[in-house]
Design a protein around this ligand. Structure first.
Ligand code: MEV
Length: 307
């Protein structure tokens, strides 16, 4: 019988604290039920055959394999590695991190080298940093642990938040953004205006801490207000764009509790917090403003073996 194993890892949405998390401030991230599947099966070829159409940069797969070999001593070969996905890399849901995590869990299972979740996180973070050189690891944390996390860079803080399902609408701006470019752009801002930069980062960090109470108490009005405040800071940081602003205004006009960009900015997705009654009208307004509504559910399970 041919040996095979499949894993699935969730995508993510940043609820609060993007960019500031790169500088050591806290963030809140939720895993989403759009999953990336990685399958490994035995192959006759001595090398690793990779079919990963969903992965925009195959270096993440190579890097995961290299880090796995470094850690376990297993020389990876005679396998075919395939990816498939219910979500497209275009949305900015963290497909590079999801694939890195999915590949590592699949390798550990296939070659019988068990890892704890913490080990999986640490090795996946190294693999992603080998490729990108920058980043907080927040996407990796969501992919490994799932749920909704209070998170600090490198996994210094990794706390599961026991919160009710957040009623979120996601709108894709139609503009593809590049996370590494955005992180570098923010770093330039730090050089150009260090005092303003510091003020903004501290304000975002404080806001994330203050959001915990309304989140844990399901106080949607305040949760939404904090999204609006976070968006103001992100706008000041220069990572919003006209398309995102249009979708955010449309959601707010239609009665959302709050709305903000989610992730690196410069494009990709915005999120809006809505009441059950307002969901439909907010979705319609986002569509009318030129956005694409993406249907996902937050608080999804972390990476797992698929049977
Ligand atoms: C991207 O999803 C979130 C950023 O904060 C980058 C990172 O944390 O690595 C912009």
């Amino acid at each position: 019988m041919t040996r095979s194993v499949s894993t699935s890892a969730p995508g993510k949405l940043l609820l609060y604290g993007e960019h500031a998390v790169v500088y050591g401030y806290p963030s809140i991230v939720t895993a989403v039920d759009a999953r990336l599947i990685v399958s490994i099966e035995e192959s006759q070829s001595t090398t690793v055959e990779i079919h990963a159409p969903q992965v925009k940069d195959s270096r993440f797969v190579d890097s995961a394999i290299a880090e796995f070999t470094k850690l376990t001593g297993v020389s990876v070969g005679r396998i075919r590695l395939t990816t498939s996905s219910a979500f497209s890399g275009k949305f900015g849901f963290g497909s590079s991190s999801a694939v890195t995590v999915g590949v590592l869990l699949a390798l550990s299972k296939y070659f019988s080298k068990p890892m704890t979740q913490r080990e999986l996180f640490d090795i996946a973070y190294r693999a992603v940093m080998d490729v990108q050189g920058v980043g907080s690891g927040v996407d990796i944390a969501a992919a490994v642990f799932g749920g909704t996390l209070f998170y600090r860079k490198g996994g210094v803080t990794l706390e599961q938040l026991k919160i009710a399902q957040l009623p979120i609408v996601v709108g894709y701006s139609g503009v593809k953004s590049n996370t590494v470019e955005l992180i570098n752009q923010v770093a330039m801002k730090q050089k150009a205006e260090p005092e303003k930069f510091d003020r903004l980062m501290k304000a975002i960090g404080k806001l994330v801490e203050q959001t915990l109470d309304p989140l844990l108490n399901n106080d949607l009005e305040r949760v939404g207000k904090f999204m609006d405040f976070n968006q103001e800071y992100l706008r000041d940081l220069g990572v919003s764009c006209e398309k995102l602003e249009n979708l955010i205004s449309a959601a707010k006009r239609a009665g959302a509790y709050g709305a903000k960009l989610s992730g690196a900015g410069g494009g990709d997705c915005m999120i809006a917090l809505v009441s059950h009654e307002k969901r439909k009208i907010v979705e319609e307004s986002i569509t009318a403003a030129g956005g694409e509504v993406v249907h996902i559910t937050p608080n999804a399970e972390g990476v797992k073996i698929e049977l």
